[in-house]
Ligand binder design. Structure first.
Ligand code: PEP
Ligand code: MG
Length: 320
């Protein structure tokens, strides 16, 4: 079971990946039989440190993860600090709405964050020869932001090659889809990126305008709401229209009630906590893709509430 491929009842393969925060987590990824790391949250490298981690320190961490995965894909997200993740050694202005503020890629492509971002990109590029590296940028709203980050990637790659440092030539560069603007414009992004990874934790927060940490508005955290499903479907279809792949690394990817819908919409990669992998693999074995497609299509076109989506699920999925 651990080393089995993830296939549906009708034999279609879906990639089950795991989310990690540190190189130590790789052991759990392999123990639970994940086929890839779908999200390495690198901000922990910054948060567990007294100062900005150096290029060498970062290189060692990325290399350890790539080697630990033994050639399987590793999606590394560039630093996603800001919001609720503060760094004691990085002086950030106090903001009224930090979740809507200067954070993640917005810092990386600013003058303030440029040196820090280049250090991270160089460390990643150097580590790329030790496995199958994929890089993704968090919190992208505009194509301009993706292009600015990609330009840094291209420049630092050229610099390293000019210095005689080896860099892999097959590094995919993608973005997280966690801002509704990017989800709506996914067809345009898909022409330029190598892949999407849908960050539902934030995508739901921003679509519902409901703070994901605030208990009082937690009823608005609705992964199965048709509005969220339509955004997700738009992203997957846009990726496929350009021959790209779409994954998901938010909590929803490992949610057993969401998996049938995501299979039906054709999501390619599911990244979740390592401990959810085997359970999800067993569930997928019971699902028929044509049936799930019908279910997803009906949920997308006929349902107006999340309750209706879940009620409809009973016609298509038997959980026991
Ligand atoms: C997300 O937003 O869904 C996500 C995976 O990123 P994080 O939870 O780290 O914001
Ligand atoms: Mg996020």
């Amino acid at each position: 079971m651990k080393d089995a491929k993830t296939v549906t009842a009708d034999g279609k393969h879906f990639e089950l990946a795991a989310n990690i925060g540190t190189p130590k987590d790789v052991e759990g990824v392999n123990d639970n039989g994940a086929e890839a790391v779908g999200l390495y949250r690198t901000e922990f490298l910054y948060m567990d440190s007294q100062d900005f981690p150096t290029e060498d320190e970062q290189y060692e961490a990325y290399r350890a993860v790539l080697e630990g995965m033994n050639g399987k894909p590793v999606v590394v997200r560039t630093m996603d600090i800001g919001g609720d993740k503060e760094l004691p050694y990085f002086d950030m202005p106090h903001e009224m709405n930090p979740f809507l503020g200067f954070r993640a890629l917005r810092i990386s492509i600013s003058e303030t964050g440029d040196a820090m971002f280049r250090t991270q990109i160089r460390a990643l590029l150097r580590a790329s020869v030790h496995g199958q590296l994929r890089i993704m940028f968090p919190m992208v709203a505009l194509l301009k932001e993706f292009r600015a980050a990609k330009a840094v990637f291209d420049e630092e790659k050229a610099n390293l090659l000019a210095e005689g440092v080896a860099v892999a030539d097959n590094i995919q560069v993608g973005i997280m889809i966690e801002i509704p603007a990017a989800a709506m414009l996914a067809d345009q992004f898909a022409k330029e990126v190598d892949f999407f990874s849908i960050g539902t934790n934030d995508l739901i927060q921003y679509t519902m305008a409901a703070d994901r940490m605030n208990e009082q508005v937690s009823y608005l955290y609705q992964p199965y709401n048709p509005s969220i499903l339509r955004l997700i479907n738009n992203v997957i279809k846009a990726a496929h229209a350009e021959g790209k792949w779409a994954g998901m690394c938010g909590e929803m990817a490992g949610d057993q009630q969401a998996v049938p819908l995501l299979v039906g919409m054709g999501l390619d990669e599911f990244s979740m906590s390592a401990t959810s992998v085997l359970r999800t693999r067993s569930l997928m074995k019971k699902l028929d893709t044509a049936k799930m497609e019908e279910y997803a299509n009906r949920a997308l076109t006929e349902c107006s509430t999340m309750e209706e989506v879940l009620e409809l699920q009973k016609e298509y999925v038997d959980f026991d």
